[in-house]
Design a protein around this ligand. Structure first.
Ligand code: DX5
Ligand code: ZN
Length: 228
């Protein structure tokens, strides 16, 4: 299993102060920046694109930027995100006509590549492509919005994908996204995730206005370590 990563989803940040928000979560112990890209087509919401990724790099962000593409089609926008400073790019197989080709495209631009499985997407989609991946991202909510409740069947799905990854013998990360909170992250870690996206649980945590983000991030890390 890979070292634990906490990746705050900036979808729940204050967009009017995005640079400061990202600096603050990273200073508070976050490992990556999770960057949710939505196109009002693959998902019914519209967010941010490569210009905002580039702006964060120019602002001085050096941490990995984990770009989660919820866009269709996928391939046209991949080089733009690579140029804008993405570290890893994940996409949904339903949104790409040629999944294997999109994985190669991402890697040919120097980024790590990952596949994202919606709650209703069978894990067999990983067959024949798993060995090419740096990361598998399981959605524990339906994509499109922050602040939704964790879907409990995601725990069984995590265990199944953890078994596939372990069997592959490759250093593939297992990321979980949606409804992750300080009080459920331990069971999520126990089910096999090593990379944790959390949006509302970090940016809207009680007391952040007074104390900042370090309390909630430390609580999440402690909970993960307690089951490692
Ligand atoms: C949903 C996004 C998530 C979302 C998570 O489509 O992919 O990254 O921001 O938000 P929370 O942690 O609030 O469920
Ligand atoms: Zn996401």
């Amino acid at each position: 299993m890979q070292p634990t990563v906490i990746a705050p989803s900036i979808l729940s940040a204050n967009f009017a102060k995005l640079g400061e928000e990202v600096d603050a979560v990273l200073a508070a112990g976050a490992d990556w920046v999770h960057f949710d890209v939505m196109d009002n087509h693959y998902v019914p919401n519209l967010t941010i694109g490569p210009m905002v990724c580039e702006a964060l790099r120019k602002h001085g962000v050096t941490a990995p930027i984990d770009v989660h593409l919820m866009v269709e089609p996928v391939d046209r926008i991949v080089p733009d995100f690579a140029k804008a400073g993405a570290s890893m790019i994940t996409f949904h197989p339903e949104a790409s006509r040629h999944v294997h080709r999109t994985v190669q495209l991402i890697k040919s631009h120097g980024c790590q590549a990952g596949l994202v499985l919606n709650p209703g997407t069978p894990i067999e989609v990983l067959d024949w492509v798993l060995d090419e991946l740096d990361m598998v991202l399981l959605m524990s909510v339906n994509p499109g919005f922050g602040g939704q409740a964790f879907i409990p069947s995601s725990l069984d799905k995590l265990r199944a994908v953890r078994t596939m990854i372990d069997r592959s013998g490759r250093p593939i990360r297992l990321e979980i996204d949606g409804g992750v909170k300080a009080d459920n992250i331990a069971e999520i870690a126990a089910a096999g995730a090593d990379t944790f996206v959390a949006g509302s649980a970090i940016f809207n945590a009680p007391g952040v206005a007074e104390h900042g983000y370090s309390d909630v991030i430390a609580r999440m890390k402690q909970a993960v370590e307690s089951v490692r």
